[in-house]
Design a protein around this ligand. Structure first.
Ligand code: U2F
Length: 573
């Protein structure tokens, strides 16, 4: 069946259910953004020009909100606890509904069993018949529950699963045996999924798919009003929980801030002002989302103290015309050196409180400085007070952007299709003398490594992302493909690894290999210049954009991307 866009959200609101603060929060959010979603649906509908879209049967099982997982989040919704996950699930549900899919929502084990047709109370009784869904969106808790209650059949059906995974899972942690043998074993990883089945909150490593969420978009009148009503010396502090204000050394920079600006906070408290919050701070208490937006519309500065990491609030602040000032982390925080990330299945180096804001948005909307350097901090504040900045929201965080991306994933990502063997028929260097695309032997000087542009002519059926987007690059020693592609304004595309994991690619790059081994190691395909050793990847689950090793240069499948929509290549829609 063909999916038709929906702009009425009442059925969805009924489906979400009642009885928990988390659900009420999500419903308030869905209602508040209903108009934006409707406008976005109409725009995307026009953009897609009547293109056929399959209507999918989709189950959404929100594992972390089930009683069976302990649901530690719901009781804290009104008490300053994490809301980022709730924001994201509300938006995922809305996007799937608006795109017109056939949606079932489960927030308990009982509902999960009911939808899957597994008899309740029979332990790990496997689901015997076909899976009644095309797609299942869940999280790590939900995955665990499905394993316990679907038993063996999970293995059979796992290509239909998508795991909403805030901070991401890198391939080395996802491969059970490899993770266990090489020290990448964590409490979360080891599910042997295709890494693109993990969907993150921000575009972290491109090994995972970027799901995201949305932030409110302003129309021109609202933007103009905001500009007029900005209070140049008003700052709002990021941190709704008193403990977020307890971070070391913050007194110094808060004092500096207070010298120039009126400082506001939205810190949760019960009866008394939390002792962590200095007396000069005007604390509004935890605000409902729409009231926070109003506060942000007046404020000039939104300032982070280092925690929470990578939440939605900075995007909301920037969308409301604030400048986001945040601490640089030197050395970067990661699962190796920081309690919060310890045990998370990623070795990503978090360079500031909000790397997306730092790297994808940047100045003038985002200023990242060393908070221990009071001169630098002081001059940042003065710069902010002088600056004139317009509200800004990257397209990928608008409702239309999220609908476009989720639509593209649903219609194109297929992890159930059997791996086909693709034959590299021809490697063509682009931009050779005379501009001709001459097939045949290739010469690519390695010193010029990152500037290679390749077109691959591959005899293969339609693939997604299309091969027209592929650019083969070589990393520096010690550099990951995430970085190598980024430095050339591309993005690493894990789906393309299989086209470059071969002798032809090495040959095309004129790599001097004395031996070409095929091994199981997440940095492959790669080669060592010194030792003249080349290695190809033997385990497709270990194709990794994130992997790097000091003595190896990696073969990197990069691709182009759309401005403001990094998840999609130019020809991906
Ligand atoms: C992140 O979770 P948080 O909930 O701590 O993220 P925030 O950026 O603080 O904001 C989440 C939402 O809370 C709302 C605000 C945001 O959409 O509009 N809010 C509010 O309604 N009232 C207020 O007074 C203040 C904020 C991240 F998202 C999670 O994935 C992480 O687990 C967590 C820890 O790193 O950080």
């Amino acid at each position: 069946r063909q999916a038709a866009f929906r702009t009425d959200l009442s059925v969805l609101l009924d489906q979400v259910g009642t009885g928990k603060e988390s659900l009420s929060f999500m419903k308030r959010r869905i209602r508040r953004l209903a108009q934006q979603w409707a406008t976005a649906a109409n725009r995307l509908d026009t953009k897609l020009e009547q293109r056929w879209r399959d209507q999918k049967k989709i189950l959404v099982h929100v594992g972390f909100l089930t009683e069976e997982s302990g649901d530690v989040f719901s009781p804290k919704v009104l008490k300053g606890g994490p809301l980022g996950e709730m924001v994201q699930w509300a938006d995922i549900l809305t996007a799937l509904h608006v795109l017109g899919h056939n949606l079932k929502i489960s927030m308990s084990l009982k509902e999960l069993q009911g939808f899957l047709g597994v008899p309740p109370g029979r332990g790990s009784c496997p689901l015997t018949g076909p899976l009644p869904f095309d797609l299942i969106y869940t999280d790590y808790h939900g995955l665990q529950q499905m394993k316990q209650h679907m038993g063996l059949s999970l293995k059979k059906h796992k290509c239909h699963i998508r795991v909403i995974d805030t901070f991401g899972t890198e391939p080395a942690y996802n491969h059970e045996e490899y993770a266990t043998l090489h020290g990448y074993r964590t409490n979360w990883g080891y599910w042997n999924l295709d890494s693109r089945q993990y969907m993150t909150m921000f575009p972290h490593t491109p090994d995972n798919s970027f799901m995201g969420f949305v932030s409110e978009e302003l129309n021109d009148t609202e933007k103009r009003n905001i500009q007029q009503n900005k209070v140049n010396n008003m700052a709002v502090v990021y941190g709704k929980e008193p403990s977020m204000w307890k971070l070391q050394g913050k007194e110094g920079f808060l004092q500096i801030l207070h010298r120039y600006m009126e400082v506001h906070g939205t810190v949760y408290y019960e009866t008394q002002r939390p002792p962590e919050v200095p007396a000069f701070v005007k604390n509004h208490g935890l605000l409902p989302q729409h009231e926070l937006q109003q506060l942000l519309r007046k404020a000039k500065l939104f300032i982070g103290f280092g925690f929470p990491y990578e939440g939605p609030a900075p995007l909301e602040a920037i969308a409301n015309g604030c400048i986001f000032l945040q601490p640089k982390f030197n050395p970067p925080h990661s699962s190796l050196n920081h309690e919060f990330f310890r045990g998370k299945p990623t070795s990503r180096q978090v360079s500031s409180q909000h790397p997306y804001a730092e790297q994808y948005i940047g100045k003038p909307h985002v200023i990242t400085v060393d908070f221990n350097n009071s001169e630098e901090f002081d001059s940042a504040i003065r710069e902010i007070m002088r600056a004139k900045v317009e509200p800004y929201l990257p397209y990928e965080y608008t409702c239309e952007g999220m609908l476009e991306r989720v639509h593209a994933y649903i219609q194109n990502q297929d992890f159930c299709a059997p791996e086909r063997l693709f034959v590299l028929a021809n490697l063509t260097r682009q931009g050779t003398a005379g501009g001709s695309r001459t097939p045949g032997p290739l010469f690519v000087p390695l010193s010029n490594s990152t500037a290679l542009g390749w077109a691959l002519n591959v005899t293969a059926p339609a693939v997604w992302p299309p091969l027209s987007s592929l650019r083969l690059l070589v990393s520096q020693e010690g550099q990951s493909c995430v970085e190598a592609c980024q430095t050339s304004d591309f993005i690493c595309e894990p789906a393309h690894f299989r086209y470059i994991n071969n002798k032809e690619a090495l040959h095309a790059l004129e790599v001097q290999c004395e031996v070409v081994d095929s091994e199981i190691n997440h940095i492959l395909p790669a080669f060592s210049v010194m030792r003249r050793e080349c290695g190809l990847q033997r385990e497709p689950l270990l194709f990794s954009c994130a992997g790097h090793s000091p003595k190896y240069r990696r073969l990197c499948p990069c691709r182009d991307f759309r401005q403001g929509q990094v998840a999609l290549c130019r020809d991906c829609l």
